[in-house]
Design a binder for this molecule. Sequence first.
Ligand SMILES: [Zn+2]
Length: 143
Amino acid sequence: MPYKLDEIDTAILRSLFTDGRKSFRQISREIKVSTPTVTTRYQRLVSVGLIKGVYPTLDLGKLESRARSKLNHASRSDRDDKKLGISSKVKLSCDYCDGPVAGRPAMLRFASFERFFCCKSCRALYKEKYRSKMASISSSRHQ
Ligand SMILES: [Zn+2]
């Protein structure tokens, strides 16, 4: 089952389209949801692989024509923005085996991270593999 975007997710993404360096607090004031909610949702959008990074928006008109044609193909944000809407679905892939997640994903939460798995055994294997790493993350947060 893909992850379905709701109003909050799309509001956060739209807000980031205007300025990708905004703080979670600024976004929270702008779209009127709490900062922890913005933080959790942002982390989740990163976890499901939708947010790959935050890039500068260029004014291509400032470039001389040769450089512009080189960069043109890289500027896709307008088109991406049109595809985005409430109920847009994000394809999930398993964080352990990388296979597609069909049906309800098995989830794992620790610290502020969420991981998605195609099945419970992938989740168990992932836990096993990263047990010491997860333990160090959660203990460092509680010290
Ligand atoms: Zn899997």
